[in-house]
Write a protein that binds this ligand. Structure first.
Ligand code: MRU
Length: 350
């Protein structure tokens, strides 16, 4: 039976309702953000995370901003300030910036037509609903295209969480796993633990188990050996930003995984919707990589594991050069010659 979407981000009357991913797999607790400030904090602290999901959350944040700003003069400027705040939360995933930019255009269009605060809210909410619906559609298409790459009995490895929790509810890399499972092609999913915030062991294993898919979690450092042993048939990951030349930012640890896959002769696929392709960023060196708090590395579950005062290097993402990527899978299909076709569709060039 096809997988039911996870309700990762939804609109709930006067709030943005998100499944709090900081609490998984311990409990399915929903947060209702009634202030843009609270939603920004939820994005910053990874209560909602994953490139498409933070874009959708920020789009609903625009509707929230319209509700918060509806009385008094200057409501348009106050909504813009809220959008600035949402954009300041996380720098790497391009989906966030595209979603906010779309909402800015909608706001400007309604305001230019003389719309009142009520019609601004209606238009921004409709814009966010559309993004959610398009993301679910894209996931279904990516699942179908990606499954065409998989042979019966396959053992597939993934990194971080590129599932329903990271999107409107179905996923990118995991949409492929779901479709492969439905078609009887998948024998075992392997999930990298994904240090330091454990998106693989906490979220991907929760999500796949919930769908009845057998999953094995491994420490990130075990992946190279597992690939070399011949136990993995293909690697599928998501992406946070795909530069015009195909260099791809994704969760820290993706680059070494791609190197290990190349060394082992295992295909390495990046699955991402068009909202993650960024024609305006020329290459991987131009992608801004988020640096996170050192406490994520010096502490485990609140307990210090490194000496006081130690220096920490904690980038949230790394960049995989396009030469290590066997193909991109997006809603348009499987792109074996780099991301050019997707970029041309986005820019309107032929
Ligand atoms: O820091 P996170 O958990 O937001 O990082 C998420 C990832 O790197 C995902 O792999 C990426 O956003 C793709 S999600 C479909």
């Amino acid at each position: 039976m096809p997988i039911q979407p996870i309700e990762t981000v939804r609109w709930a009357g006067d709030a943005v309702r998100i499944l709090d991913q900081r609490r998984l797999p311990g409990g399915e607790i929903y947060l209702e953000c009634r202030k843009v400030q609270d939603l920004a904090e939820a994005i910053r602290t990874l209560a909602v995370r994953g490139a498409p999901a933070i874009g959708i959350a920020a789009a609903y944040g625009a509707a929230l901003a319209a509700l918060e700003s509806r009385t008094g003069p200057g409501y348009e400027a106050r909504i813009e300030a809220s959008l600035d705040l949402l954009e300041s939360t996380r720098p790497t995933a391009v989906n966030l910036f595209k979603a906010v930019s779309t909402q800015r255009e909608i706001l400007a269009g309604v305001a230019a037509a003389g719309g009142d605060a009520g019609s601004v809210f209606d238009a921004l909410l409709a814009g966010a609903d559309r993004m959610l619906e398009q993301d679910l559609e894209a996931s279904r298409a990516m699942g179908r295209h990606g499954a065409s790459l998989i042979r019966p009995g396959s053992r597939l490895l993934t990194h971080c969480n590129a599932g329903g929790l990271a999107t409107g509810g179905l996923g990118t890399a995991l949409a492929v796993f779901y479709e492969a499972w439905d078609r009887g092609l998948l024998s075992m999913a392997f999930a990298d633990e994904t240090r330091p915030l454990l998106q693989g062991s906490r979220l991907t294993s929760w999500e796949l188990s919930r769908a009845g898919i057998p999953v094995t979690v491994l420490p990130d450092s075990a992946a190279a050996g597992l690939l070399a042993s011949g136990a993995i048939d293909a690697v599928f990951t998501g992406a946070d930003r795909i530069a015009a030349n195909g260099d791809t930012a994704n969760k820290l640890g993706t680059y070494p995984l791609a190197l290990a896959a190349r060394e082992a002769g295992v295909p390495f696929y990046v699955v991402a919707p068009l909202t993650t392709f960024d024609p305006e960023t020329p290459d991987g060196d131009s992608i801004r990589i988020e640096q996170r708090d050192g406490g994520e590395v010096t502490h485990l579950a609140g307990v210090r594991t490194a000496p006081e005062g130690i220096d920490v290097y904690n980038p949230a993402f790394d960049v995989t050069p396009v030469r290590l990527i066997s193909a991109f899978v997006c809603e348009l299909g499987v792109l074996r010659d780099g991301p050019g076709y997707a970029m041309r569709m986005l820019t309107g060039e032929r």
